[in-house]
Design a protein around this ligand. Structure first.
Ligand code: SF4
Length: 432
């Protein structure tokens, strides 16, 4: 059995850790001393050696990403923190920012020092007012205490941090769209290459890293690479936040070493299924990752384990659905989101998500045809791998996995001329 750990969550129950004095009493900002005693290149090597992988979805090795930053360009190097958390089912970064905002500020300082950045940006999802207020206060307090600004703690290192609030577009979580939005342009993905590491923000070398990733860096500096690698697996080391929602008794964020069996996350930490309910399906990494079923409860929740089971770890957002949930309606719900959030730049995603939405609505209203199932699959095949960015691929995940595991439930909607589950006034009354 893998026990829960308290690393990133260690200050969450304190209740006062968002205040600078209390954060420092709890060893906050202790990693600055460790960092400033090392050369930036050595810090990058430490993060490489730790095996830390990005916690925002893709799981790319953080130290390697930093190592790709172009050098000697004569331009500044930028660190941009992606705090635009909006994947359905994911709420880990927001709780971290609400309860422990200095953890991110501390991570930004040591990460910026490592990559030679003197202006860092935090791109925050605009709707997250409380997290934004806590983070803005933390940044302000850090400036007042000399932890940001010029000559931080006498190190000679200068750092300005800019907090930027987005306007609530899911696509701005994609790094090139985020950078465009930060520059004041329309938030749409850009062709790569050039990669942001060479030409990112204002055409300067830029790394975009997730909140949880950056907040993990101070722990690695303070406690060491071996400590970090003592948790998780060889290729997916360290602790990880898991957001659990849906039909469970105790939804919330839980921290485990990567590789924890899904059963422990869902059935133990999250308290198991609500009374009288049975597990039907769950997403391992938010709505854009293929659903798994009750047969997958013993899968190891790390990048490799979930991939071997046919899905993706994504943001480790576990949405739990019971046998009372209509999979067609769940797919429609997710697809409504993707059709709305598609940025419209490429045809497969822009048109395909809307076609999928229309067909799923038809099925749910009892107006579906048996051939709709193959048409849905065809549309997904036309989007997956043929869209400009990962949003298109992600939009196909609920439907492809829904058809894979619950095809008969789709057919039943056709045979019964309607949804066999309790009526949904939202769908029945929707005018599409
Ligand atoms: Fe925009 Fe969708 Fe194409 Fe991505 S896949 S560029 S979100 S239209």
């Amino acid at each position: 059995m893998t026990s829960q750990v308290q690393v990133l969550t260690s200050r969450w129950q304190d209740g006062q850790a968002h205040q600078l004095d209390r954060y420092q009493e709890l060893d906050g900002y202790a990693s600055l001393e460790v960092a400033f005693a090392e050369s930036p290149a050595d810090l990058v090597q430490i993060v490489k050696d730790s095996g830390l992988r990005g916690r925002g979805g893709a799981g790319f090795p953080t130290g390697m990403k930093w190592g790709f930053l172009a050098k000697g360009t004569g331009k500044p190097t930028y660190l941009v923190v992606n705090a635009d958390e909006s994947e359905p089912g994911t709420f880990k970064d927001m709780e971290l920012l609400e309860r422990d905002p200095h953890a991110l500020v501390e991570g930004v300082i040591v990460s910026a020092y490592a990559i030679g950045c003197s202006t860092a940006f935090i791109y925050l999802r605009g709707e997250c007012g409380f997290a934004g207020r806590r983070l803005a206060a933390a940044i302000g307090d850090a400036y007042e205490r000399g932890l940001l600004g010029r000559d931080i703690k006498g190190s000679g290192f200068d750092l300005e941090v800019v907090l930027h609030r987005g306007a609530g577009a899911y696509i701005c979580g994609e790094e090139t769209a985020l950078l465009s939005s930060l520059e004041g342009e329309r938030g749409q993905p850009k062709l790569r290459p050039p990669f942001p590491a060479v030409e990112g923000l204002y055409r300067a070398p830029t790394t975009v890293n997730n909140v949880e990733t950056i907040a993990s860096v101070p722990w690695i500096l303070r406690k060491g690479v071996d400590w970090f690698r003592s948790m998780g697996s060889e290729r997916s080391p360290g602790p990880k936040l898991f957001s659990v929602s849906g039909d469970v008794r105790n939804p919330g964020n839980f921290e485990f070493p990567l590789g924890v069996p899904a059963r422990e996350v869902i059935m133990e930490a999250a308290g198991g299924m609500l009374e009288g309910k049975e597990l039907k399906a769950w997403t391992p990494g938010g709505s854009s990752t293929p659903m798994l079923t009750a047969d997958h409860l013993d899968v190891a929740m790390d990048f490799e384990g979930i991939q071997a089971a046919g899905s993706l770890l994504g943001t480790a957002a576990v949405i739990v659905m019971s046998t009372d949930v209509c999979i067609v309606r769940a797919c429609l719900n997710f697809t409504e989101f993707y059709a709305h959030e598609s940025c419209g730049k490429c045809t497969p995603c822009r048109e395909g998500t809307d076609w999928m939405r229309k067909i799923l609505t038809r099925l749910e209203r009892g107006q579906g045809r048996e051939e709709d199932l193959d048409t849905l699959q065809d549309i997904c095949d036309g989007i997956f791998g043929r869209s400009f960015c990962a949003l298109g691929d992600g939009a196909t995940s609920p439907i492809v996995s829904g058809l894979k595991y619950f095809r008969d439930e789709f057919s039943q909607h056709v045979r019964d001329h309607g949804c066999p589950f309790q009526a949904s006034p939202v769908v029945v009354g929707a005018d599409h």
